[in-house]
Design a protein around this ligand. Structure first.
Ligand code: ADP
Ligand code: MG
Length: 666
């Protein structure tokens, strides 16, 4: 039982107290059997007039009850124990709660909840809570266990001093109301969780999350990191760049410089829409670590992207004498050992690669900076693994994300990070023009590609997303490539998908970048980071199958040079209403933040957080979109509580998270 309960997060008494009902059933009234309608969920009370085990295709228990008004109802049980047959024998008085259905012989209930009662036994005074549960944990048992927990815990309201300001329901009353709502409670507000008691508990949950994140942050900040100051290299890199930083890049770089000069580890997330120029800021940070005699690591979620960073960063830093090592999963064992030795021996000043960077065999000599590109693609656990590469000093952490994080999400799950935003694109960029085109107009799209290539430009053709597997997706890409090559015989059509050997992927990308390929047919491997400024047309086939953030990312592959770029979202009609709505959002919105906000509404926060086992307290009651206002209030409340009564803040977090999250131990 303990293991089953633990699996649904129930360990301490407070876990049970805070395990709130999914919905309620009204057993406070008894409905006359003759008043039942098909589809009614109701309670009846009557005397058993017949009980038989019968065969109707399978063995079943059939019990007939008659109520005081003379109505009769059949209760049907497909699974039953001998003890139930005995319990439901003729003459017994019982209450049954269930869904009324039309049966062959009048109304019946299949598997109602039944209880034998004494004649005249009083009805419950409160609605019956139905709790989320799991196999092997019956409602009745859970209800009694929660009752016990409610009596066992100290229900002192630690947020009492905050109640007046946010007009909060008292804690005890709120819990009482949610676990045993009075029959007069508004069932709609209970069900949709807008009842004041629900608001109170959601508020408490959000406050707990805020406090926990602040504690986590504080404990990280107690760790020591090398304080790094400018010593030549970063200035030389700045001077050598073929462009000047935008104002936004300069501002963000100053934030990073200040953090890195601190003797406690930086925890900064740099957010910038696709093409805003995050890589150069990361390269400057790496130069800062290196000029002080330390190492830096840059980790990217895909080999393709890591390779592109490698190419670009080496191009910038090698002329300045920086030694960079490549470390990815697909190196030969010998090459990998050699790379690891360079990292461990300190010969490598900068290491660029994929997840291979955080594997056990990698030991850094003096890691001072860990950069994680497209951080949302990694789980928090991976982010922490890189941080713990060396136990004596904690490296500074710099995270980059092109997936704009909606405000509520930034305030809740990511509240332990400092955030800098690059809210400006390099000069000369134009907004990508987005078009919605039915697949029936494929010929026009092909004509468009021919014209663009004739004008010296290049195009991407992204194949439909296929959920099953990378292999299926690759197969589809191969087919599409053959088709497009046939339709555009005069053009040089390339192919890129996840199943190609790494060397071939690199070769294809190089040919595309050097204009030896006109049209690149690709899967979503080109989604992140790929940067070929001469490509000005992005065609996405079956755009209706993609996520919003993904479409925005893909669109960001064009519009990277000075030329006007286009993104054609091809769809296969007829579209469902939601598909139409989703495509309309991408069509109407070029602002990644707005796309992300709407995406959050559709998909929920999991997508943004990467791994669900993230170690960050996930919300059980509150909903970031619907309860956005509460998030803001909870943040303020957490701040006030920490200022006025740290012990109360600790107690509050303990109630919500004890035993769940390791970082609370710190
Ligand atoms: P992202 O933020 O999407 O990672 P990148 O770092 O790949 O963007 O930068 C996109 C392109 O813009 C690259 O070709 C990069 O060299 C260029 N770039 C970056 N900063 C500037 C700037 N300040 N002026 C001009 N071009 C820039
Ligand atoms: Mg990038």
């Amino acid at each position: 039982m303990a293991a089953r309960l633990a699996a649904i997060g129930l360990r301490s008494d407070w876990d049970f107290v805070l395990h709130l009902p999914l919905r309620y059933e009204d057993e406070t009234v008894v409905v006359p059997i003759d008043a039942l309608h098909e589809g009614n969920e109701a309670q009846v009370e009557g005397t058993v007039t017949a009980a038989d085990v019968v065969f109707r295709g399978r063995r079943q228990l059939r019990v007939t009850v008659r109520d005081d008004a003379g109505g009769t109802l059949v209760l049907r049980f497909l699974h039953f124990y001998p003890s139930q047959i005995k319990q439901l024998e003729v003459g017994r008085r019982l209450r049954a709660f269930g869904m009324a259905r039309g049966g062959l012989a009048g109304v019946e209930m299949v598997h109602p909840r039944v209880r034998v009662v004494r004649d005249g036994e009083p009805l419950p005074a409160a609605l019956t809570p139905i709790y989320p549960t799991t196999a092997g944990v019956p409602q009745g048992w859970l209800r009694r266990r929660i009752e016990r927990a409610l009596h066992a815990v100290d229900l002192r309201d630690v947020l009492d001093p905050l109640r007046a300001r946010w007009r909060l329901h008292p804690l005890r009353a709120a819990l009482e109301r949610l676990h045993h709502p009075p029959p007069a409670a508004d069932p709609v507000r209970l069900a949709d969780r807008t009842d004041p008691a629900w608001q109170r508990l959601k508020f408490d949950e959000l406050v707990a999350q805020q406090i926990a994140l602040r504690f986590a942050r504080a404990s990280r900040q107690r760790r020591r990191a090398p304080a790094l100051h400018a010593d030549g290299l970063s200035e030389r890199l700045l001077a050598a760049l073929p462009f000047t930083l935008t104002t936004a890049q300069q501002r963000v770089w100053r934030d990073i410089e200040a953090d890195m000069a601190n003797e406690h580890p930086m925890q900064r997330l740099v957010q910038g829409d696709v093409g805003s120029g995050k890589t150069v800021v990361a390269a400057l940070a790496a130069a800062r670590a290196i000029e002080c005699g330390w190492q830096a690591a840059l980790m990217a979620p895909t080999e393709l992207l890591a390779e592109q960073h490698f190419g670009r960063v080496v191009h910038w830093l090698a002329p300045l004498g920086v030694r960079t090592t490549w470390l990815a999963g697909r190196l030969t064992p010998a090459a990998k050992r050699k790379a690891q030795a360079q990292v461990a021996g300190g010969e490598a000043q900068l290491v660029i690669g994929t997840h291979a960077l955080i594997q056990d065999a990698v030991r850094f000599d003096k890691l001072a900076l860990a950069i994680i590109d497209e951080q949302h693609r990694f789980g928090v656990a991976q982010r922490l693994a890189l941080r713990d590469a060396d136990a004596t000093v904690a490296p500074h952490m710099l995270m980059l994300s092109a997936t704009p994080i909606p405000r509520t999400l930034a305030m809740s799950y990511l509240a332990d990070l400092d955030v800098s935003v690059i809210d400006e694109l390099p000069p000369g960029r134009q907004t990508v023009v987005t078009k919605l085109v039915s697949t029936r107009r494929r010929d026009e799209v092909l004509a468009r590609i021919r014209a663009d290539v004739a004008a010296g430009r290049q195009a991407y053709w992204v194949c439909p997303l296929i959920e099953e597997s990378e292999a299926v997706e690759a197969a589809a890409a191969i087919q599409t490539h053959a088709r497009i090559a046939e339709l555009l015989p005069e053009l040089r059509v390339g192919l890129l998908h996840g199943q190609l050997p790494a060397a071939e992927k690199t070769a294809v990308m190089q040919r595309f970048a050097s204009c030896a390929i006109d049209v690149l047919v690709a899967t979503t491997v080109v989604e992140v980071g790929v940067d070929v400024p001469n490509a000005t047309l992005m065609v996405i086939e079956h755009a209706e199958r993609f996520g919003l953030a993904q479409l925005h990312q893909l669109r960001g592959r064009v519009g990277r040079g000075g030329e006007q770029s286009y993104c054609i979202l091809m769809y296969e009609g007829p579209l469902s209403d939601t598909a139409r709505e989703r495509l309309r959002i991408v069509y109407e919105t070029s602002d990644g933040f707005e796309v992300a906000r709407r995406d959050l509404m559709i998909r929920g926060p999991g997508e943004f957080l990467g791994s669900r086992q993230s170690g960050v307290p996930l919300l059980r009651l509150a909903d970031l979109e619907r309860d956005a206002g509460l998030v803001e209030q909870a943040r303020e409340a957490a701040h006030m509580l920490l200022q006025t009564d740290v012990a109360a803040a600790r107690e509050h977090v303990r109630r919500w998270y004890e035993g769940r999250y390791d970082f609370l131990a710190a």
